[in-house]
Write a protein that binds this ligand. Structure first.
Ligand code: NAP
Length: 696
């Protein structure tokens, strides 16, 4: 067996699952993968590594490497390392990302770039897989091509010295679609800048990407559905992935006490139970989205935070969905049983381990409620395995189609884009009866949900505010009903009995502690903070709940100004946007108050759905329209006054459009071309004067 080192840097398990897939396939190609999480630094040593290295790296936040890779990234960026530190290393890297975000695949790119700077060389071209169009479009051909690249690498060790020429290209690998996977990436701004030398502008690339996307999403037939396919797919012979080896053995043990229900959620961060002191509905009942503010009591815990920080809420799955799942799995009578897991002695899965997110000996109900992301969109490997537990032949065939190469478009359309979850599948495929072990093998860890702090500890010591929309989307199981977001739905139900109607948040009385407690945990701090120098002017752009951290900024600044009446404080601009002045103008009274006291120097609000009489000048619709209307001031703050711009809110549309508006503003006001303006913005980002806290 020819050994290679296989490292994954994962945030939500995606990169890990792909690395495991590579490890499993390796055996049949005559290789042996030494598989580790990049954080397990005691298990490998790149400095002395003699075998080829394969890395799978995901991206989190706004282009950061995953938390599990932070230490690794820090270490390889040590400036004292010589440029030949990794000269002995040959590697191939697969980056995962989402091109909806500005810094696509940046987690992998950061590592890739640094490995090169330290002398490491590719034995195989880097792949960039895009979750926006389906990771598998690149992942599958990349893995297919990896085996030839590894073979070539090992062969070259047998005599040929020069490894740099004729790299096997990821795009040489058999592709699962007619579209060249490499072309599917929306280039990040950084890449666009790099491409300047090659004479390619952003419009050309965008156009190219648009074409690729439309090619990809063109679906000729309209009669297929989640459970039904039409020719040619229904008649074609399928190439389906190999069945993922089963590896868990589940023992359900009757439990007479309640101990199994008192397990705690495994977490590397400390988890605190905190009471909810207050819940306020910030929007009127006829608003498009319902926004709530919750106030938490953090007086009894060690929880320091500053405006701009975010924190995690650890949330359970909905009781009714857990109940449905128990019923459907025919395990309702065993809900209180303890679940004991062991690795199957005869499993073919290499490096099989009991999932760390399933606490030993906890009850089945606890695991389904607190540990497994039962809403996760099932991966193809899961569909493949579910097919093996489906007795009806047509249902089994459809599940196989959905995980096959030929059925990739159907998978994207009916599973991924439709946000289908396991319960939906069990509902749609009644003869599918998977064992519990399969769920434990395939369902990922239930992730905590991050929220921005919407208060300052100077203004509200011992309290923590946060805001959120109650997310609702159509359910696939029952077309008539709406499904609520896992965390926001849970929080909304918890606070419903004592919810205060739309009111002035600052002055509303906290009242007595009425509510239940919720588990929260701190998150690693980021750089989305007020500037160290309070005299620096700042521009805050936060439509919708994106205004949350800025309320914290303003509270903080107000207190500082009270404490230092002679201090030199820079201008604070806020660009806020909502749909209707009278329905979802979040924190209206608070913002007016900050304006009155001079803390907030400029407040620019846009209403996207209010109509105005025809004779009046059309008001700004979106935050970026208002930015454009104040382009001189915006450019002056950023280019001449060493100021800062913060953007918080929706990543998919708003943040991109604001970015485009800034490019236009900087290019117009500085008389520079678009590319120059993009470079300026990239520099501002590097200097941490253009900061984003954007979520999808
Ligand atoms: P939203 O849906 O973004 O809507 C707010 C306003 O933005 C509406 O008037 C909407 O107008 C407008 N809008 C729509 N498309 C836009 C575009 N391309 N450019 C500029 N404005 C646009 O507000 P939200 O529902 O409150 O969502 C905010 C986002 O912030 C979410 O993605 C959330 O995850 C994220 N976030 C939340 C927190 C938090 O702590 N809760 C923190 C950080 C980020 P129309 O709908 O009329 O088009």
């Amino acid at each position: 067996m020819r050994r290679f080192l296989l490292l994954y840097a994962t945030q939500r398990g995606q990169a890990k699952a792909i690395a495991e897939e590579i490890s499993e396939q390796a055996v049949s190609h005559g290789f042996s993968a030494d598989l580790h999480c990049v954080s397990e630094s005691e298990k490998y040593d790149l400095k002395t590594e003699t075998g080829p290295l394969v890395m799978v790296v995901s991206t989190t936040g706004t282009g950061d490497p995953p938390d599990t890779a932070r230490k690794f990234v820090k270490e390889i960026h040590n400036k004292t390392l010589p440029t030949d530190f990794f000269a002995h290393l040959r590697y191939g890297l697969l980056g995962l990302g989402d091109s909806e975000y500005t810094y696509f695949c940046n987690g992998g790119k950061v590592i890739d770039k640094r490995l090169q700077e330290l002398g490491a060389q590719h034995f195989y071209d880097t792949g960039h897989a895009d979750d926006c169009v389906g990771l598998e479009l690149v992942v599958e051909p990349w893995i297919d091509g990896l085996w030839a690249a590894l073979t070539k690498h090992f062969t070259s060790l047998g005599g040929q010295e020069d490894m740099s020429g004729a790299l096997p290209r990821a795009s040489d690998a058999p592709s699962s679609t007619a579209v060249e996977p490499e072309l599917l990436h929306i280039q990040s701004q950084v890449e666009l800048l790099r491409l300047e030398d090659e004479g390619k502008g952003d419009s050309e690339l965008r156009e190219q990407n648009e074409t690729n996307r439309s090619q990809l999403s063109r679906i000729e037939d309209f009669d297929s559905s989640l459970v039904h396919s039409v020719p040619p797919l229904s008649q074609t012979s399928l190439s389906i992935p190999a069945a993922p080896p089963e590896y868990l053995e589940v023992h359900l043990q009757e439990c007479l006490d309640q101990e199994g229900n008192q397990a705690s959620v495994p977490s590397v961060d400390p988890i605190f139970q905190v009471p909810i002191l207050k819940a306020v509905q910030l929007t009127t009942n006829d608003a498009v989205k319902t926004t709530l503010l919750l106030e938490l009591d953090i007086s009894k815990i060690e929880f320091s935070h500053q405006p701009g920080d975010s924190f995690n809420v650890i949330c359970p799955n909905s009781d009714s969905e857990v109940e449905n799942l128990l019923q459907r799995l025919q395990l309702a009578d065993k809900r209180a049983h303890r679940v004991n897991l062991r690795i199957k002695t005869d499993t073919k899965k290499k490096g099989a381990a009991v999932p760390q997110h399933v606490p030993e000996g906890s009850s089945l109900q606890f695991i389904l409620t607190w540990c497994l992301e039962i809403r996760a969109v099932p991966k193809k490997a899961f569909l493949r395995a579910l097919g093996d537990h489906t007795s009806s032949a047509p249902e089994k065939r459809r599940l196989q189609e959905l995980c096959s190469k030929q059925g990739a478009a159907d998978y994207n359309r009916f599973i991924r884009d439709a946000n289908v979850c396991l319960l939906d599948l069990l509902h749609a495929f009644p003869s599918c009866q998977p064992p519990l072990s399969l769920l434990l093998e395939h369902l990922p860890k239930l992730q905590p949900r991050p929220y921005s702090c919407a208060s300052s500890s100077l203004r509200h010591p011992d309290k923590l505010h946060f805001v959120f929309n109650i997310i609702e989307f159509p359910s696939n199981t029952t077309a008539a009903s709406l499904r609520k977001g896992v965390c926001t739905g849970w929080l909304a139900t918890l606070v419903a009995p004592f919810l205060q109607p739309n009111s002035d948040v600052s002055d509303a009385d906290s009242g007595d502690t009425l509510a239940p407690e919720i588990p929260i945990s701190p998150r690693a701090t980021n750089s989305f903070h007020l500037p160290d120098d309070p005299s620096a002017p700042i521009i805050m752009v936060g439509p919708g709940t994106g205004v949350a951290p800025f309320v914290g900024f303003l509270q903080h600044r107000e207190k500082l100004q009270e404490q230092h009446p002679d201090g030199n404080f820079g201008a604070m601009w806020l660009f806020f946007g909502c749909r209707h002045k009278d329905r979802d103008y979040l924190f209206r009274e608070d913002l007016r108050h900050f304006l009155k006291t001079g803390v907030l120097t400029h407040l620019k609000v846009s209403f996207s759905r209010d109509t105005v009489p025809e004779e009046e000048e059309a008001p700004a619709k979106y935050v970026q329209d208002n930015l454009q209307r104040h382009s001189q001031q915006v450019a002056r703050i950023l280019l001449q006054e060493n100021g800062y711009i913060y953007v918080c809110g929706d990543a998919k549309n708003m943040a991109k459009d604001v970015n485009d508006a800034l490019v236009e503003i900087l290019s117009r006001e500085a008389g520079a071309d678009k590319l120059e303006a993009m470079k300026t913005l990239a520099t501002l980002k590097q200097e941490k004067r253009y900061l984003q806290d954007i979520w999808s």
